[in-house]
Design a protein around this ligand. Structure first.
Ligand code: SAH
Length: 213
């Protein structure tokens, strides 16, 4: 039997060995217990470095990928962040420990409701969760310092790019669904956008319109 402290050490070791080295990111991931976000059948696998099913046919991302995406955003404490794809709420909770304000949207009402309940339980008061089609971003709160998309698009949506502040960073998986996708980092400059390919990833697709649940 391994106890909580050992499990935590193992979890952090796995993150480090996958390249998550930023102390603030590791600190946030130490604080936010992934077990709180995985309910039911898969709860006992919450500390494995693997994506797991959540309601509405979606997935909670792999912890090392969550860590690498968070690290790639290079977040400052004053940042206002938009996350597209709330899912379980795990990624948003980690962002909330590093930034001033997090807006997170999902196309499934049920996922937003359940994630909001966990945010309340954990007293993460700087997160605003909403049901919305995130491919249009959140114009009423734009511009954002950072945008994180946790579902794969064929191309970075232009509307989202336009909601990035100059100097801002967007991280997004790009590619055809169910084939190999690439994690891309886009930095907005005075004159345009700089693109950088980070690593291959696999995410559920970004789908337009609201879900049924
Ligand atoms: N970040 C999540 C994992 C997200 S899985 C976590 O930490 O658990 C991807 C999520 O993106 C799914 O919940 C899916 O419903 C959502 N999604 C897909 N297309 C979307 C869209 N156009 N707008 C908002 N959310 C979307």
């Amino acid at each position: 039997m391994i106890d909580d402290a050992e499990r935590q050490m193992q979890f952090l070791y796995t993150l480090r060995s996958h390249g998550v080295t930023d102390a603030r990111v590791l600190g946030a991931m130490e604080t936010i217990d992934r077990g709180t976000f995985v309910r039911g059948l898969f709860a006992e696998r919450a500390y494995e470095d693997t994506p797991l099913p959540i309601p509405c046919g979606q997935t909670i991302s792999q912890p090392s990928v969550v860590g690498l995406m968070t690290q790639a955003l290079n977040i400052s404490p004053r940042d206002k962040i938009l996350e597209v794809g709330t899912g379980s709420g795990y990624q948003a909770a980690i962002l909330s420990k590093l930034a001033r304000r997090v807006y997170t949207v999902d196309r499934f009402r049920r996922l937003v409701r359940e994630a909001q309940a966990v945010f309340d339980e954990l007293k993460l008061t700087n997160i605003t969760a909403m049901t919305a089609d995130g491919s249009h971003g959140l114009p009423e709160q734009a511009p954002f310092d950072r945008i994180l998309v946790t579902a794969a698009a064929e191309d970075p949506p232009g509307t989202l790019l336009s909601q990035l502040r100059i100097g801002g960073i967007m991280v997004i998986p790009v590619g055809q669904s169910d084939t190999v996708q690439s994690l891309i980092r886009v930095t907005r400059s005075e004159t345009g956008y700089d693109y950088e390919e980070l690593r291959p990833v696999r995410f559920v697709p970004l789908v337009e319109g609201l879900g049924q649940d």
